[in-house]
Every structure is written in structure tokens, then in C-alpha cells.
Design a protein around this ligand. Structure first.
Ligand SMILES: [Zn+2]
Length: 342
């Protein structure tokens, strides 16, 4: 049975390109008529970790007609503070959105999402490449790698530079793939992640960055990875940490409380969902990202009236491109394919 997973929502599908007439036409064609744009969150979700239906409401739903736009479902966008109702499982503590849009509606919006953080690619290459370099030796071999939600494929180039011979990416956004380099474009599949579509192909390493929080069912994602990995193959994942200091201080104002994030993990819940799906966890760690000052300003929860002035200050002073390494609330997990729980 073909199982479509709502994956691949990697933060790379908003190219810094002015929207051409064609792009606008394509995007607008993905949207319903204005009068029917009211959202319909019809899909109730149980806890993906423990299956419980008992939860407490952290933040009531905050959506509007704009929430269905492809831009809202684009990664690393300006935080817009739109979100589903966010709840916390009373039994295990997993934070998730409930209810959410139907899976077909979410898939349609991600397919039309845009790609705008090209300027951050050098920093992301540095960050993700460092962690792959740290953990890749745990896999029996490091020849083949799959990235789920690869955006424009920048990390696939990092993997090639680290010595991987066969790389493959999955990415639902056509616009992100259009921005891929000729070195990797041909190995990126423009589709939602579907493990059945890989036939007998297996990988030594599977990576996904800032993707697991976007999926409607993280168990499907991890089960698919388990199937596609060679014996004792490595999975490397980086995600937002809902228990990190900035998220706790900012609460609903945190940029991670977002309509795109159907699940938010802490270190314990991330470890447990990997173990539930047959992975032996090597490490759960704080991620130190390399950020430019202008990107930090872009994502900062500051008044919108203040941001343009500060952005202009960074631009005129020439320090907007200065990069610093910070731990601002991302966690990573490295795990090996083990035995599925009985
Ligand atoms: Zn639970």
C-alpha cells in the first residue's frame, strides 16, 4: 500500500527571487477562491508518542484566511504567530497541534510553498555538515545518503563533499528544486516522502533537518526511515526544542509556535519516539547553529515597526553578514537502525 507521508518540509523553499507572473499564477492556482478560504481544521489527532487522547490546551487556535497561503507554509518565513490549537499530552508531555487541516490540504500547501532563505545556506551547510561529520562513522558504511525535505539540495552537496557516492533527496516544493544546483538537481525527487517508491533501494544514512516537527505522523516518517536504512544504518535529525529556554520564555510568541509545526519535541520525547520506532539512540544533543546577524533579526520576536530600522542599521554598518554560533533552541538526535519493538 502506498503511504504518502507529509514530509519534506525543509526550510529551503523560499528563494530570494521576486515572484514572477508565472510564479504568482502557479501559487494562486493552488489556492481556493477567496470566498472559500476559511480554514477547516477537521483532523483530530491523538498523541503520536503514547496514543493518549488526554491533553491540556497550551494555546488556543489562532488562524485566519492567510494561514492557508503557500507562503505561510514556507520555512523560515517571518514569524506570523499563526498556529493551530497547540496541546500537550497529559500522559507523556508531547506537544502537538490538534485539530489540524486535512492531510490533502496540508500537502497541497507545501507543494506550492516558496523558498526564501537562500542567503542562510552557507550557515546551514556548516551546521548540518558538522553534525554529519561527527556521527557518520557510526554507520557501517557511508556511501549512500537520503535527505528527506532537502529543499534546494544544498546538504546533498555537503554529503558529496564528505565522500558519499550516492545521494538522493525528497522535496515537495517545485520552487525549491528549481533553485538546486546542477550538481544535485537530478537526484532530487519532487514528491512527498513515500518509502514504497524506493523499491529495494537502501541507504547507509538518512537525514532530515527541521522536518520532523512538520509531519502529521512522525511514526510514519520514522517507520519509513527504518525500512529504507541498511542494517545498523544511521539516522540524523535536527529539530526545534520546545523545552529550550527561548521557547519557554517566549511561550506563544516563540517562532516555533507556528501553523507548520504539528509536533514539537523536547529531548525526552524525541528520544522516545525514535526508540518506539526501532532505533537505538546514540546521542541527543543541543545544536549550535551558525547564524548571520540579519537572519537573527529576521526571526526575532520584535515589533514589526522596529525591524526595518534595525535591518537598515545592519545593512549600512555592513555587519548584517557577520556570523555567530549560537544554541538557540534546536536539538539533534543520532540513532542507529535497531530491532522493531515487538
Ligand atoms: Zn502522549
Amino acid at each position: 500500500m502506498v503511504t504518502l507521508l507529509l514530509l519534506g518540509f525543509h526550510p529551503l523553499w523560499r528563494a530570494r527571487l521576486p515572484a514572477t507572473f508565472l510564479q504568482r499564477q502557479v501559487r494562486d492556482s493552488l489556492l481556493p477562491a477567496p470566498e472559500s478560504r476559511a480554514h477547516d481544521c477537521s483532523l483530530s489527532t491523538a498523541c503520536s508518542l503514547c496514543g493518549s487522547h488526554s491533553y491540556s490546551v497550551l494555546y488556543p487556535e489562532k488562524l485566519g484566511p492567510a494561514a492557508i497561503d503557500g507562503y505561510v507554509f514556507s520555512a523560515r518565513q517571518q514569524p506570523d504567530r499563526l498556529h493551530y490549537r497547540v496541546v500537550k499530552c497529559r500522559k507523556c508531555g508531547l506537544v502537538f497541534s490538534n485539530p489540524i487541516l486535512s492531510l490533502s490540504e496540508i500537502q497541497r500547501r507545501y507543494s506550492g510553498s516558496t523558498f526564501t532563505y537562500e542567503a542562510e545556506v552557507p550557515s546551514l551547510k556548516d551546521t548540518y555538515g558538522r553534525y554529519l561529520g561527527r556521527y557518520m562513522s557510526y554507520a557501517p558504511k557511508s556511501e549512500s545518503l537520503l535527505e528527506i525535505g532537502c529543499g534546494n539540495g544544498f546538504f546533498l552537496e555537503v554529503a558529496l563533499d564528505l565522500g558519499f557516492k550516492n545521494v538522493c533527496g525528497v522535496e515537495p516544493s517545485y520552487q525549491a528544486i528549481a533553485a538546486a544546483s546542477s550538481r544535485v538537481r537530478a537526484v532530487i525527487r519532487n514528491e512527498m516522502f513515500d518509502p514504497d517508491s524506493f523499491g529495494l533501494t537502501r541507504f547507509d544514512v538518512i537525514c532530515f533537518f527541521q522536518t520532523v516537527e512538520h509531519v502529521s505522523d512522525p511514526n510514519q516518517l520514522l517507520n519509513g526511515c527504518h525500512r529504507l536504512l541498511r542494517d545498523r544504518g544511521l539516522v540524523l535529525c535536527i529539530a526545534h526544542n520546545v523545552e529550550a529556554f527561548p521557547a519557554r520564555v517566549l511561550g506563544e510568541r516563540s517562532p516555533i509556535i507556528d501553523v507548520q509545526h504539528t509536533h514539537l519535541f523536547g529531548k525526552t520525547t524525541l528520544r522516545r519516539i525514535f526508540e518506539k520506532n526501532g532505533f537505538d539512540v546514540i546521542d541527543v544533543f543541543d545544536v549550535h547553529n551558525l547564524f548571520s546577524l540579519k537572519y537573527l533579526l529576521h526571526m526575532a520576536p520584535l515589533p514589526t515597526s522596529l525591524k526595518p530600522r534595525l535591518a537598515n542599521l545592519l545593512r549600512t554598518s555592513g555587519i548584517g553578514d557577520w556570523r555567530i554560533r549560537l544554541s538557540v533552541g534546536n536539538i539533534g538526535i543520532a540513532a542507529l537502525k535497531g530491532d522493531l519493538p515487538t
